[in-house]
Design a binder for this molecule. Structure first.
Ligand code: MG
Ligand code: MG
Ligand code: MG
Length: 304
């Protein structure tokens, strides 16, 4: 059986992509099932409930399994023992990671705003119809990853694909659906600092240094005012587990920018990366909404 799975600390795109690819493989008469690596965030929970789709089961180890990866190609974000798995395929929209294979594989990657945009192209390529509910969750993934088309990662293909999926899913107000989703992820009441930071968090290896970057996208970042000291305390703990730097982006969906919180052995490199001055380990990054396009490339260059 093919285990379809996205990155650790799953976001809506990673979960919905795993479900959509598993469904496509089944339509192609292959035995496949979607899995997840970690708990669903409140936005993803809302999306699966809205379109009546069951939550995928957890996978912890890839050894001796057939695996199809979605929404990542970095080992640090993938399932343990991936090098002992049989990698069947990858669908992604990030930078190419460090995963390699010894066998030929199906590999779909495009520089678009969402993995589900690429997956829609796969459905079209294989001439497979998308069910109403799968179209619904794929649409939500695009709205989530592109932040309702505001992220600079957004392409015309993402917009066109979202329109097509909305028709299949019978969604006539995409903006309302997106705002319902964003409200879910803006509710941080009662959540622990660990849960918040790891909700959308990725580790990267840059010049042999481990760099962690988390991101919280909310409608108004003033919700974090009361808990900023607690967030810093937790960031420091995560850094002390063997990382050079840990960054947290508090992204304001309405202001279309992010406040950067950062703890680092090399703060001057972080300042160079974003051309800012850190004040109390914080800086406002105007217009920065995308980790993959506006944060990781700058960091990789600065840490070279
Ligand atoms: Mg993702
Ligand atoms: Mg994605
Ligand atoms: Mg994201």
């Amino acid at each position: 059986m093919i285990h379809v799975v996205g990155h650790k600390n799953p976001d809506t795109d990673t979960i919905c992509s795993a479900l959509a690819v598993a469904e496509l493989l089944k339509q192609r008469k292959l035995d496949a099932k979607a899995y997840r690596q970690g708990e669903l965030n409140p936005e993803t929970k809302f999306v699966l409930e809205k379109f009546s789709i069951d939550t995928p089961k957890i996978i912890e180890d890839a050894e001796n399994k057939d695996v199809f990866l979605v929404d990542h190609s970095d080992k640090t974000q993938s399932v343990d023992n991936l090098d002992k798995a049989n990698l069947i395929g990858i669908v992604d929209h990030h930078k190419l990671g460090d995963i390699t294979t010894s066998m030929p594989l199906e590999f779909w990657a495009m520089p678009v705003g969402c993995s589900c945009t690429v997956i829609k192209a796969m459905y079209d390529f294989y001439k497979v119809n998308i069910s109403k509910n799968i179209a619904g969750i794929m649409l939500c993934a695009i709205l989530s990853d592109t932040v309702l088309f505001k992220s600079p990662t957004t392409t015309d293909l993402d917009k066109k694909t979202a329109e097509e999926l909305a028709k299949i899913a019978n969604v006539d107000d995409m903006t309302k659906l997106a705002m319902d989703m964003f409200n879910k992820k803006s509710d941080i009441e009662g959540k622990s600092m660990t849960e918040l930071i790891f909700r959308d968090y990725k580790d990267f290896l840059m010049n042999e240094k481990k760099i962690g970057v988390g991101q919280l996208e909310v409608i108004d970042i003033s919700v974090f005012d009361k808990i900023k000291d607690d967030l810093f305390e937790e960031l420091q703990k995560i850094k002390d587990e063997g990382r050079n730097s840990v960054l947290l982006l508090l992204t304001d969906i309405m202001k279309e920018g992010s406040q950067l919180l950062c703890v680092s052995d090399n703060p001057q490199i972080i300042e160079k990366a974003f051309n800012v001055k850190l004040e109390n380990n914080k800086a406002w990054l105007n217009g920065v909404m995308s980790r993959k396009k506006q944060v990781i490339p700058n960091l990789e260059k600065a840490f070279l």
